[in-house]
Design a protein around this ligand. Structure first.
Ligand SMILES: C[S@@+](CC[C@H](N)C(=O)[O-])C[C@H]1O[C@@H](n2cnc3c(N)ncnc32)[C@H](O)[C@@H]1O
Length: 315
């Protein structure tokens, strides 16, 4: 499933998480203008277009050309109401302005990857299937692949990467094993090197954190997210809403901190007696705690189990 050139625009490839909660959280209304920063297979986009019918519009971005092709096919029935563009959300504001799409009533980020991306061995995201160690969301880009990082980084860089992006407690043992086993070319080879280095305990595969760390590093995911969130706020009308679904604590921490900071007037360190930052709050927090999927959703779609949805409203 999910091989380029064999696009399946049907909704079965990827089940969108927290669908109803996103539509309600963004307060999608007929005639509204929306920006889906991670359009993927277009699941959330369809729900937004349906709820904003008959005249609401949606601009969808994705860094993966295959996602762009899938979403374009899926959203074609909506004609001029939907447009999909190959772009990174790191350039969200520039792209949205160029498309005449700002200001918008709502922006959605559904972070991470689609089911069909992870199931496609050629993309190299998963250790469950054997393929080249790529992991780039945009395989046509010039950026280094996971194989480049694994085979060319120093031991210290690998340790840092595994700790920082994988929160891997056995980073040193894994990095040493990787350095000894180089060159490592395939997902399965890497998974086996990690498993041999640290052994198998419990149900979670020992290479899970290594793969997460490499994917985040290859795509500079956290850095780009930090750059994108302020742009999303700038794209919103007053009263417009920003919804972000994250799938692991590193992403959620960035979103939570950013939202809390934007919801406060002064962000000076507490030891300063007088405000020097002159920061004014730009958002209202709509939920104090993140919205998580119901047990029924997790049962029906296990991929949703770690999802957290946070929403703010632009003042
Ligand atoms: C979880 S999926 C989105 C699924 C989508 N909401 C749906 O209902 O089908 C995340 C998507 O974000 C894309 N992505 C990752 N990093 C990106 C970036 N920097 N800019 C734009 N899209 C990105 C991935 O290629 C993937 O298609």
């Amino acid at each position: 499933m999910g091989r380029r050139g064999h696009l399946d625009p049907s909704p079965v490839g990827h089940v969108p998480v927290l669908l109803q909660e996103v539509v309600e959280g963004l307060a999608v209304r007929p005639g509204g203008r929306y920006l889906d920063a991670t359009v993927g297979g277009g699941g959330h986009a369809v729900a937004i277009l349906e709820a904003s019918a008959p005249t609401g519009t949606l601009l969808g971005l994705d860094r993966d050309p295959e996602a762009v092709a899938r979403a374009s096919a899926r959203l074609a029935p909506y004609g001029d109401r939907a447009k999909v563009i190959h772009a990174s959300y790191g350039d969200l504001l520039t792209v949205a302005r160029r498309e005449g799409a700002v200001p918008v009533d709502g922006v959605l980020f559904d972070l991470g990857f689609s089911s069909w991306q992870i199931q496609d061995a050629q993309r190299g995201f998963a250790f469950q299937v054997d393929g080249p160690l790529d992991m780039r969301f945009d395989p046509g880009s010039e950026s280094p692949t996971a194989a480049d990082l694994v085979n060319e980084s120093s031991l210290e860089t690998l340790v840092d990467l595994l700790r920082r992006y994988g929160e891997e407690p056995r980073a040193m043992a894994i990095a040493q094993a990787i350095v000894r086993a180089r060159p490592i070319r395939s997902t399965r080879q890497l998974a086996e090197v990690v498993a041999r280095a640290v052994g198998r305990r419990g149900r979670v595969h020992p290479a899970t954190r290594t793969f997460q760390a490499l994917r985040i590093a290859v795509n500079r995911e956290l850095e780009i997210l930090e750059r994108a969130l302020p742009q999303a706020l700038m794209a919103l009308k007053p009263g417009g809403r920003l919804a972000v679904i994250s799938f692991h604590s590193l992403e959620d921490r960035i979103v939570k901190r950013f939202f809390r900071q934007e919801a406060r007037d002064c962000i000076c360190p507490p030891e300063l007696p007088v405000c020097q930052c002159h920061h004014h709050r730009t958002v209202r927090l709509l939920v104090r705690k993140p919205i998580v999927p119901s047990p029924e959703e997790v049962e029906a779609n296990p991929r949703s189990r770690s999802a957290k949805l946070r929403i703010v409203e632009r003042l």
